[in-house]
Design a protein around this ligand. Structure first.
Ligand code: HEM
Length: 232
């Protein structure tokens, strides 16, 4: 599908939104929630690793993986490598980020996997890891046949975009859930922290919107062929 507009300017907007969302989530956990730690008697600091890694590590790197493949005016082989490295970083950050949420629950005597957010979260990470493995084996190493790659590519793109949109929805549920817990514990519903958390979630959703726009906009023309060009 093509939107009739170039992908590159849309990706600039996505980059700016990624930076803003990343700064906001760090300001939130550091200035309002006491900071981050993997090991602390204050168990909330262990939880704080979760939103930071899920947003900056998982969502931002996942989005950048998608738009870099679409919009960089580089050879396909180079773009593939950038795409899979960004997705690998996102997957590892997602695993560590979810581990932090489990660690926080286990050390605080809180049940695991009771919420809609956590169910979506586990599902998204499972689908994401499978999508990465399939992409690696079929498109990178050892690589499927020409027919398999050609047939898989539209499904890989569509499925990847769907999983990314699900991840954005899951993060929104996470922000909503945490803010609801805090408000039920007495946090001012119209105070600066509540506004900051909601704005962070809105910027995250806007980042997702511009990643999707970029993915369905028009790719730049491929660079001119050189002697070592491989037409795959
Ligand atoms: C796509 C990104 C995210 C994924 C895949 C994800 C996944 C998960 C998972 C699997 C759990 C369950 C841990 C357990 O049961 O021990 C969890 C817990 C939690 N997450 Fe996230 N999360 C994401 C982003 C966020 C964000 C941005 C926030 C914002 C604060 C957040 C807030 C929470 C909260 C409050 C919990 C504990 C309560 C619960 O289990 O629902 N999450 N998350």
């Amino acid at each position: 599908m093509g939107l009739g507009i170039a992908a590159l300017p849309l990706t600039f907007v996505a980059h700016v939104l990624a930076v803003v969302a990343s700064v906001l989530v760090v300001v939130w956990v550091v200035n309002f929630r006491g900071g981050l730690s993997f090991d602390s008697p204050n168990k909330s600091l262990i939880f704080n690793i979760h939103p930071v890694l899920m947003l900056i590590g998982f969502i931002v790197h996942g989005g950048e993986a998608i738009i870099s493949y679409k919009a960089l005016p580089l050879k396909k082989e180079v773009k593939k490598l950038i795409h899979l490295v960004f997705h690998a970083i996102a997957t590892i950050a997602g695993i560590v980020g979810i581990y932090a949420a489990f660690k926080y629950h286990n050390e605080s005597g809180i049940a695991n996997l009771y919420s809609l957010h956590s169910w979506f979260g586990i599902g998204v990470l499972f689908l994401y890891a499978h999508q990465w493995l399939y992409g690696f084996v079929v498109f990178f190493y050892p690589g499927g046949s020409e027919a398999i790659r050609r047939g898989s590519f539209p499904w890989h793109s569509l499925f990847g975009l769907l999983v990314f949109v699900l991840a954005i929805g899951t993060a929104s549920l996470g922000f909503l859930e945490k803010l609801t817990f805090l408000e039920n514990a007495g946090l001012d519903k119209y105070g600066s922290e509540a506004i900051l958390v909601n704005v962070t979630a809105i910027v995250t959703v806007l980042f997702g919107v511009f990643v999707v726009f970029s993915a369905i906009a028009d790719a730049p023309p491929p660079p001119p062929a050189t002697d070592d060009y491989q037409p795959i």
